[in-house]
Design a binder for this molecule. Sequence first.
Ligand SMILES: NC(=O)c1ccc[n+]([C@@H]2O[C@H](COP(=O)([O-])OP(=O)(O)OC[C@H]3O[C@@H](n4cnc5c(N)ncnc54)[C@H](O)[C@@H]3O)[C@@H](O)[C@H]2O)c1
Length: 374
Amino acid sequence: MRIAIVGCGFVADYYMKTIPGHPELELVGVMDRDQDRASRFSAYHSVPTYPTLDELLQDSNVELVVNLTNPSSHFVVSKACLEAGKHVYSEKPLAMELSQAEELVDLAEKRGLYISSAPCNLLGETAQTIWKALREKAIGRVRLVYAEMDDGLVHKMPYRKWSSESGIPWPYKDEFEVGCTLEHAGYYVTWLAAFFGPAQTVTAFSSCLIPDKETDVPLAVEAPDFSVACIKFASGVVARLTCGIVAPHDHSLEIVGDEGILCTKDCWYYSSPVYIKRRISIRRTMFISPWKRKYPLVGKATRYRYRGSQQMDFCRGVAELAAAVREKRPCRLSAQFSLHVNEIVLAIHNALDTGSAYKISSSFAPMAPMPWAK
Ligand SMILES: NC(=O)c1ccc[n+]([C@@H]2O[C@H](COP(=O)([O-])OP(=O)(O)OC[C@H]3O[C@@H](n4cnc5c(N)ncnc54)[C@H](O)[C@@H]3O)[C@@H](O)[C@H]2O)c1
């Protein structure tokens, strides 16, 4: 399938690194509203550029557009692509507002086009292995999930030195203004929705703990840098998801079943090992066994040849979409699925403004430490 990329920024290099793994994807050109970026990217990767989005959309060769622009541009760019008759694969979030995401999905349906959204780590070996183990009831009935997307104290990290392979700096201002929930919650929400079905309710708390992030340019938006949500799925499973850029790095997942715990360390690694920890009864107590058993990965692990804090095949979602279009079948990361994920993530993010926290009325006087601890 002939594809074009809009947005030649930091993440675009990761797509370029993983396109070769999908020979059915033929990149015919790229475009960025920043001409310098587009020219630099085009020279580095030896791909043609389109001077404007209109020119890209007028090219009948382009069948599918990969929208790698900043989140605030996702809606306008995806809408223009659909209106021009192109299928769309959008980086996450699908849109910054639910009404916009709904409009995109409606538009795609009316035009007989496909729209799908990242992240696609659900199509990775680790997620597919966990899903298989769940189908096989490897840990019995699932009750509860703890999913963590904490990235450490990012604003104190040397992020000014982070750049992509072709030299694009990590877009810290945009990342901080969009917020870690919209940026990262989807990596686990997609897994949870696929494993446990549609969500029924989201009860969330979001906060901006470090408003200025000590950036050289002032931030225009105080987005949440910490959020915690309890998601109740129609199947009865409840998941507690944490996202943050304050607490130490932790991307782990623990799925709690009646007969054991299914876990992995990091959803950003397509081949992160999957383990089962069993419950064991000794005399009158029940323990979680300290020995964890490896549950074999369903696919062979690949090492993607790029630097970064993850090992993900960014183009796997594009390839799935392209295959769905060609085979005239539903896409796994379908428009409705992407919309559902977007709605959950927005509900968590928006809890900063909409959350109705219970106000405690009682209080107490400060307590003195023990004398030997002063
Ligand atoms: N930075 C990461 O590590 C990372 C990882 C995974 C996913 N993503 C996602 O990828 C997307 C892009 O992030 P990034 O880090 O590459 O950002 P970036 O700022 O480095 O690049 C985005 C590019 O899009 C261009 N752009 C914006 N609006 C445009 C428009 N209307 N028309 C044409 N070009 C436009 C910008 O000029 C810029 O070059 C975001 O949705 C982000 O959530 C980022």
